[in-house]
Structures are given as structure tokens and as C-alpha cells.
Write a protein that binds this ligand. Structure first.
Ligand SMILES: C[S@@+](CC[C@H](N)C(=O)[O-])C[C@H]1O[C@@H](n2cnc3c(N)ncnc32)[C@H](O)[C@@H]1O
Length: 290
């Protein structure tokens, strides 16, 4: 694992409070990599990543999904609208919570979604609250990832799944410098290797069913971002927001290089809790959630 001690929870929250409108303008309603096949649009590539993880998680209508680190509610809303799930989005940022709730209303799924502003590292849910814990590019921001997975495993029902896409540290020791730069610029207190994630999930009592290395398919994201920043005024506008935002904007290429050099990888994990998995379609609990 690579550790970057200079990152604080406050700086992570501040980044998302400030940067959310920039993400929306630059990248769209999801704040995650695209899963590319060739030169499709970012919106199509981002949707493909959501659908790829949803297929791995075997989502079914009526299932309760917790979207940890929900951003502007991109996945939370899609999983409710297109997959018929009952979703809870959790974010550190008040701006994102409000934004996501408005977007859900706009898309006609406010009765199947709810959004909470809280720290996923301290919030608690009753045991066995969810069929799926869904995490796209959030655990990079956690300070104690092993403890988070132990708690998340408790929130899952028997047979429930934890579905995650995560930035990973590469395996080679000489990759540390590049990965540390990424941690600093993108506010990651640490980056685990694929093996670290495997052992955290296993120690939490989950069985890892799938690990997929998607590095090559997500890496084009950063060239597209660089082109978009250059072609728009977003970079200049972002620079007015201070040193941390400049660092962030200046290191898109570092991240692309880190994927190419092996300093970083991008992985999909599907881990399962032991027990019988009930079907999701039969029970409509939406009335109880209002
Ligand atoms: C890279 S964005 C990903 C957003 C979303 N998953 C998506 O794919 O569009 C990271 C998200 O994690 C959230 N986050 C970071 N640390 C968190 C924490 N400790 N608790 C809850 N959310 C957190 C941020 O607020 C942000 O929404």
C-alpha cells in the first residue's frame, strides 16, 4: 500500500464542495473513468463502466443498493431508473447531496432514491440493510480501508454483494514516486494494491468472486480530460479556486502515465457475503422509504 500522510478529510470534502460544478461541466454527471472500446463519447464510456459493474453485481429490480461516494448521483439514479433498484447515495459533500437529490427528482426517481451527506467511515446502518454495496472510485479517499470493508460487510444481507471499481497502486516498488504524486493531487490518503483489497475483503468475511484489471480500458479517460480542459475555459476558471485545484488540474497526465508505467492499476472487485440470496423483485419497499 502507498500512504500519503498530507491528505486530510477536510481537504477531500472541500475538493468536492468546490469542484462538483467543474466535474459536471468537464465530464458530465458521473465522476469516474470511462470504460472505452474505441473513440466513443465520454458519456457512453462512463455508462459502460456502470453497466459492466452492474452486470458483475447481478442487480435485480427491488434490490436495496447503497452507493458509497455517490458524487452527483450518477450511479444511484441509473440503478434506480434503469435497473429498478431502491438506492441510497452517500456522499461527504453537501453540495453533491443537494445536486443528486434534485437530479433524481428531475429524472422521476425521487421515490426510489435517497441521498445522505455523511462520512462513510463513520456512518452506521442497521445490520443486513442492503443487497449490494456499490462503490465507484471512493475508497481511494478512505483512511482505514480495512475497517470500512468490515463495517460494509455487516450492512450486507446474507448472499449480498460488494461491487467496487477502484484506483490501485501497482506492484513494483519503483512505481511509488509516481503513485504518490497521484495521491497528493487527487487527495488519496492511501492507495491499496489489488492484493491489499483482496485481503481486506477477505478479512471482512467476504469471498472475492471476481477481480478484473480494467487499466487499459479506462486509461484513455485522461487524454480526453486533458483535451477538454485545454479546449475550454474550465482550466483557467479552476485555477482561481486555489493551490489544491491547480495541483489537481496539473496532474491528469501523471495519472495517464502511471497507468502506462504500471505505477497504478484500475480494478473491479465483486465480493460476496455467505448465505442465501433472496430474489429482489417481489417486494416493493418504496412506500416505507418515504
Ligand atoms: C471520484 S468521486 C466518485 C463519485 C461517484 N461514485 C461517481 O462515480 O460518479 C468520489 C466520491 O466519494 C465521495 N467521498 C469521498 N470520501 C468520502 C467519505 N469518507 N464518505 C462518503 N463519501 C466520500 C466524494 O464526496 C465523491 O462523491
Amino acid at each position: 500500500m502507498i500512504v500519503c500522510p498530507s491528505i486530510t478529510k477536510r481537504s477531500i470534502r472541500r475538493h468536492y464542495e468546490l469542484a462538483t460544478p467543474f466535474y459536471r461541466l468537464l465530464w458530465g454527471r458521473h465522476i469516474h473513468h470511462g470504460l472505452w472500446e474505441k473513440d466513443e463519447s465520454p458519456a457512453v464510456a462512463q455508462q459502460r463502466l456502470v453497466d459492466h459493474l452492474a452486470a458483475a453485481a447481478a442487480l435485480a429490480p427491488g434490490q436495496a443498493v447503497l452507493d458509497v461516494g455517490c458524487g452527483m448521483g450518477g450511479s444511484t439514479i441509473d440503478l434506480a431508473r434503469r435497473y429498478g433498484c431502491l438506492t441510497t447515495g452517500l456522499t461527504l459533500s453537501a453540495v453533491q447531496r443537494g445536486w443528486a437529490a434534485l437530479a433524481a427528482r428531475w429524472q422521476g426517481v425521487s421515490r426510489r432514491t435517497r441521498f445522505l451527506q455523511a462520512d462513510a467511515e463513520t456512518i452506521d446502518f442497521p445490520p443486513a440493510s442492503f443487497d449490494v454495496v456499490w462503490i465507484i472510485e471512493c475508497s481511494e479517499h478512505f483512511f482505514d480501508k480495512a475497517a470500512f470493508f468490515r463495517r460494509a460487510a455487516g450492512w450486507l444481507r446474507p448472499g449480498g454483494r460488494l461491487a467496487e471499481c477502484a484506483w490501485l497502486a501497482g506492484d513494483s516498488a519503483d512505481a511509488t514516486r509516481e503513485a504518490l504524486l497521484v495521491c497528493e493531487a487527487f487527495l488519496c490518503p492511501s492507495l491499496g494494491t489489488a492484493e491489499d483489497y483482496h485481503s481486506w475483503l477477505t478479512a471482512a468475511g467476504l469471498t472475492v468472486r471476481t477481480f478484473e484489471d480494467l487499466t487499459a480500458r479506462v486509461a484513455p479517460t485522461w487524454n480526453v480530460c486533458i483535451r477538454r480542459v485545454r479546449a475550454s475555459g474550465i482550466g483557467l476558471l479552476g485555477r482561481l479556486a486555489g493551490r489544491e485545484m491547480c495541483l489537481f488540474l496539473d496532474h491528469f497526465a501523471t495519472l495517464g502515465n502511471a497507468y502506462r508505467s504500471g505505477a497504478m492499476r484500475y480494478g473491479l472487485f465483486l465480493a460476496e457475503k455467505a448465505g442465501y440470496r433472496s430474489g429482489g423483485a417481489a417486494v416493493d419497499t418504496s412506500a416505507k422509504r418515504r
